[in-house]
Design a protein around this ligand. Sequence first.
Ligand code: NDP
Length: 359
Amino acid sequence: MERFVPEELLRSMVSGLLLDAGADRDCRVILSDLMVAAQIEGPASHGLAMLPRYLKALKSGWSNGAAEPTLHHMSLGRLHVNADNGYCQIGLARARKHLLKATEACGVAVLTVANAHHIGALRFDTAPFARAGYIAMAFVNSRAWVVPDGGTTPIFGTNPMSFACPRGAREPIVWDQASSVRAISDIRLVASQGGALREPSGLDENGEPTRVAREIVETGKLIPFGRHKGNAICLMVELLSAALGGGSMSFEVEEMEAAGASTIRPGYCMVLISPDTHDHEAFADRVDRLCRAIDQEGGGYIPGDRRFKRIEDAKARGVRVDPDLFAMLEARSGRNGFENGHDDMATRQEDCDDCRSRD
Ligand code: NDP
């Protein structure tokens, strides 16, 4: 039977395990926030299911749990972070203030991050900026899983991107999607339950499209969404993140084979736009009119809005956790999970220390 666990307790348990694995305070706060938020709001594949991968990477020293990211101002509106082999979101949190300042100065700013790990859902990177009034877009590449449309060999990563846009006084619009039909973590989750996917999402051993999740995990061959159109998006994400950001291109990733490796170091790109540079009122009005038209359409859905019900449910009943996973959390967090974890929670992403700056 599923367990429902209070949000703060869950964060505290996750944080305790990260502490055992060598994560410093910023790393614990940011990763536990991300995993618990994804467990609540979705996608479940990027919630607590990711914890073993984070722990393995940290414990083996593959990722740096005490990273000191360095910020480079390449021009007024162009920033770059070397994340010191830590998690991308820590570099992002520490560069936040500078990125906002650059966006205010130029109306638009671009941040790239390299030497960083990123296995989370991108919506949690973009949404906080939209909540602060900015349009945010994020792109990250991954490991070569995706066969270009019509091809036979994986070249692209599942290459997700996210877009978040302020919506007046309401919570922002946020969409977040892989460039493959489905994310590999999702396919693995379905495969572990022996299930089939809604639509063909990869190739079987004969190179034919298949819905059987297990067959796709075995071949390691996913396909882009929307055939040649998704193909173009995969290419764009690869160029904006890995080529521009300076991380490993998906087809060049070899480190997955290295001992202890369970994540890769892709490239990352975030673009921020200030709606104020045009006409804030007019923009907010247009966003509102469009959202109302979609709402009134009947069958229309504004991406991201499912999260509100999930957040409400988690507040009322606790966070839904698979019982085996909860037993593992309980067993493993006995020593540190409660005493140290709660203390971390005084800090939030916005409060992280600054990057070391190299102008
Ligand atoms: P989904 O296909 O589940 O959802 C994609 C987007 O479409 C979501 O924003 C979703 O909104 C929206 N959506 C779903 N149904 C509708 C509808 N009927 N009308 C309008 N919008 C709709 O996600 P993916 O499988 O493509 O991606 C899963 C996750 O995996 C993402 O969070 C992605 O960031 C992450 N990922 C991370 C990687 C990494 O290396 N860091 C690699 C690949 C993926 P809603 O949220 O409301 O359901």
